[in-house]
Design a binder for this molecule. Sequence first.
Ligand code: NAD
Ligand code: UGA
Length: 464
Amino acid sequence: MMIKNICCIGAGYVGGPTMSVIASKCPEIRVNVVDLNEDRIKKWNDENVDNIPIYEPGLSDIVKECRDKNLFFSTNVEQAISDADMIFISVNTPTKTYGVGKGMAADLKYIELCARQIASVATNDKIIVEKSTLPVRTAESLKAILDNTGNGVKFDILSNPEFLAEGTAVDDLLTPDRVLIGGESSERGLAAQKALVEVYAHWVPEDRILTTNVWSSELSKLTANAFLAQRVSSINALSELCEVTEADVKEVARAIGTDSRIGPKFLNASVGFGGSCFQKDILNLVYIAKSYGLHEVADYWEQVIIMNDHQKRRFAKKIVTRLFNTVSGKKICLLGWAFKKDTNDTRESAAIYVSDYLLNEHAEVHVYDPKVKRDQIISDLLVLGNFSKEELEERVFTYEDALSCANQAHAVAIMTEWDEFKELDWKHVYDEMFKPAFLFDGRMLLNHDEMTGIGFQMYTLGKG
Ligand code: NAD
Ligand code: UGA
């Protein structure tokens, strides 16, 4: 079966970039990306492509090339479903905030809504692709909803989890390590799997397109994120040990990373991993293990989150203790708010938790991030529920550049590893700060000895 028309429900960090790349590589396929969020769709359609709602290096060029040719963004979900041969579900699957599984399980209400809408609109057979990250065996529930609509339409469900990382989404999509497609082994299932393989084969070498059964594919996504996050928590755990033993976590990471069985990637100690997925997906894995009565499995993975929470708190506490045990009324400058560089995404960013801790200690928090606006910073802090909007408006200050943010500060803390922070005139920063001038490098971005040479009281994560 040749796919001619794709619909993607969800125009977010995954749906937007993924569909843009499919449209660019498959000019004969019409790709309709739909979302209920009118504002988001309006931005995707903004005449000036620099205003599209997601900042990813290289993305605006692709959107410019394909938009209104074979790539369309719209709020007309029903029409797009009706026209499509293949429907990607790329909606959000956040951690549940209510009821059974609150704080752990994935909230599948958006997924179910999509399934019900597809079932009510479809008048011909369709391939449904799970692009969102889902608990293992979700396809079973989707099938149950889709197959009981009574209108005789046949649906084939595939699992095609996305492995892109934010900030490198376009490169990750153009040259993926692998594409994973899980499907049923029936004749129809295999045909559906083949149809999706053919879409990716436009640009991905076939030996990088892995096919598995649906459950392996669903579970592999949660597993991949759990393994990646576990590496960060492992090196972060060691960073604390380095600090008390005069070992240097960068040197330790290099020493172990050259072992080809371990490998060098994902061994950067940090102020704690953030992002919309690591925590959510591990909590989901823990919940699934618990629900099967596998308590040791659950406890094992939960430790990754416990360590991450500890790392964020430990960093904030370090700022307070180094500043003579009080930050009350002091100006603390945080450089970076995004959860990593090259993205405007702030979900679960360590900066949010560190700020909350400092505000609780009565500090004034001053923030600069090249891609994050004040409204976002205030609303991220508001979600934690510890301060009112009025309090935050009074005690959180935001800036358009790093130097003004650091001016007259008691301490500067690097929260996100933006390249521009490496290039800052640190001598100038030092000169304009209160003395002793404290510098906390939560990303091991700066040269410790150089900064100490300038005069900073320097704390580099993981350095004794
Ligand atoms: P997102 O919140 O940025 O986007 C989801 C979009 O879906 C939103 O714009 C929302 O309005 C829309 N939506 C929700 N319900 C809808 C409905 N019924 N009809 C139409 N639109 C609807 O989320 P995201 O970051 O793109 O993540 C989507 C999924 O992909 C999640 O399951 C996530 O775990 C997974 N994932 C994310 C990343 C990432 O880097 N962000 C990477 C891999 C996988
Ligand atoms: C991660 C995975 O890398 C993707 O493969 C996956 O598709 C995605 O989650 C998802 O499912 O959402 P992402 O969260 O965008 O991607 O970014 P990462 O590069 O993985 O970074 C996550 C967090 O870990 C960031 O806060 C980053 O700063 C931190 N990190 C990463 C470290 O602290 N140290 C490292 O060595 C690597």
